[in-house]
Design a protein around this ligand. Structure first.
Ligand code: NAD
Length: 477
């Protein structure tokens, strides 16, 4: 069934919106119903070559535009995103499933990204070294060049906006390939970018077969920077493609966030935060709290408190105002998560509630697994779903070792009122972000990024802008 929202399913290449016109198509499915809503046109090789040529032209122009003018345009984009929040949030919930309140929050946070980078670009200073001889060395920053950005379906509006805002602020042109699962909400973002005044060939939008699109764009000498958010295996694949052309990269890959809960934490306050955070966006969050290591003296209390809060958790269609957790985003997720739960139980974990996929859409019950053995797959594979796993611990050293045992290093959290413990976990957790008595680790003005196999490069903060510059040293006698 085609619904009115399908009017938005188009590519934006070289200044024009492109619909089907003989292109291959793929259905876009509402995850709350499992039903197709519309067909998405997929970019052809010719579309991509045209986009590449336009992107070079766009860059040659945009890099010369005064930073104050670029900033004014990006502020206008932010204003339009805020004005169109209801429209974009509705598309996002229909396509991705998250509760409409979370979708609204995602659009507003995206607007904040455009506002932030509009101003931060004005502070992208270089420096001058003055030699006794009078010689000067000027270190200047220049935009890296046309960018290819690849973003996933869990926060399609925010993650695309994050990359667009920083790259455009720095003076780069961008070919964005958001996920094929959620194309209408990301097209609506691109419409704000165009209506805000970003020239047509400076920002372009393609959907397609991901491997074909990324191979074609990355192989082109036009593209100088690749920014990817997604899974570790796809990130590694794109890094290999980038090696041939020695392209700059930002890689925001997966995580497996540990949560260290010490017996001196503010217990009830901690529990009230833990459960909604675990089930936010149905656990499909790269910084989602996953491995709950709980100090042995409060372990039983933790399991009891989590189970009680999880019971009757309002799961449903994201368009329903009462819903706190929607369906998973696509049919791959329920089966993948179900397999991880079964494996854990088979290896000795206790299922305290949930564990089942259900309904016509892609729903999965909020789930708690306790005493999960270390050899269970879920202790080392990112569940990316509404499943919490718990294990007791005794000492700080022991829990730090457990927390750092995986090859991932994106986010970690700790709950304690002891200053010494807070400092020790802040220093000792091997991740790009640490939340202490807080789950907020993603803001427009602070760096967001991982270490180890969770990737490299930061988004947000001055570091996020820096990723779209190259530095040049001009030695002048
Ligand atoms: P996937 O590995 O197939 O895809 C992950 C993302 O990469 C998707 O957005 C996809 O469109 C894109 N992609 C896939 N192949 C690509 C290619 N060759 N070139 C460019 N882009 C490509 O997995 P999936 O089934 O979509 O998601 C499963 C796993 O991905 C999750 O379990 C999670 O670990 C990870 N994931 C991470 C994030 C994140 O925010 N870091 C977001 C979404 C998915």
């Amino acid at each position: 069934m085609t619904v009115a929202y399908a009017d938005d399913l188009k590519l934006f290449v070289n200044g024009s919106w492109r619909t089907g016109e003989g292109r291959d198509e793929q259905p876009v499915v509402n995850p709350a119903t499992g039903k197709a809503m519309a067909e998405l046109p997929l970019a052809t090789e010719a579309d991509l070559q045209e986009a590449l040529a336009a992107s070079q032209k766009g860059f040659d122009h945009w890099r010369t535009v005064d930073v104050n003018e670029r900033a004014a345009i990006l502020h206008k984009v932010a204003d339009l995103l805020r004005e169109r929040t209801e429209h974009i949030a509705t598309l996002l919930t229909l396509e991705q499933g998250k509760p409409i309140g979370e979708a609204r929050g995602e659009v507003v946070s995206s607007a904040a990204m455009f506002d932030y980078f509009a101003e931060e670009a004005k502070r992208a200073y270089g420096r001058v070294l003055v030699r006794p001889s009078g010689q000067r060395v000027m270190v200047i920053k220049q935009p890296v060049g046309p960018v290819a950005s690849f973003t996933p379906w869990n926060f399609p509006v925010y993650l695309m906006s994050k990359k667009l805002a920083a790259a455009l602020a720095a003076g780069c042109s961008v070919i964005a390939k958001p996920p094929e699962e959620t194309p209408a909400c990301t097209s609506a973002v691109m419409q704000c970018v165009i209506d805000g005044g970003v020239p047509a060939n400076v920002a372009q939008l393609v959907y397609g077969v991901p491997d074909m699109v990324s191979r074609t764009l990355i192989a082109s000498p036009t593209i100088r920077k690749v920014s990817f958010t997604g899974s570790v295996p796809v990130g590694k694949h794109l890094m290999r493609l980038c090696a041939d052309g020695v392209k700059r990269m930002t890689m925001e890959l997966g995580g497996h966030a540990p949560v260290l809960i010490f017996d001196d934490c503010d217990f009830e306050k901690t529990m009230d935060m833990v459960v909604p955070q675990k089930f936010r966006n149905a656990g499909q969050v790269c910084v989602s709290p996953t491995r709950f290591y709980v100090q042995a003296s409060i372990y039983d209390r933790f399991v009891e408190g989590f189970t009680a809060r999880m019971k009757g958790y309002p799961v449903g269609n994201g368009m329903d105002a009462a819903t706190k957790m929607g369906p998973l985003a696509n049919p791959r997720r329920p089966s993948a998560i179900g397999a991880l739960v079964q494996d854990a139980v088979a290896k000795g974990a206790t299922l305290k509630g949930g564990g089942e996929a259900y309904g016509e859409g892609f729903f999965f019950q909020p789930t708690l697994l306790t005493d999960v053995p270390l050899n269970a797959d879920i202790m080392s594979q990112e569940p990316f779903g509404p499943v919490a796993v718990t294990r007791p611990f005794e000492t700080l050293d022991e829990v730090l070792e457990q927390a750092n045992r995986l090859p991932f290093g994106l986010a970690a959290y700790a709950f304690t009122t002891n200053l010494h413990t807070a400092n020790a976990v802040g220093d000792g957790l091997d991740t790009g972000m640490v939340g202490i008595n807080s789950f907020t680790v993603s803001t427009h003005d602070a760096p967001f990024g991982g270490v180890k196999e969770s990737g490299f490069g930061s988004e947000g903060g001055p570091e996020g802008l820096d990723g779209y510059f190259v530095t040049k040293a001009i030695h002048q006698a």
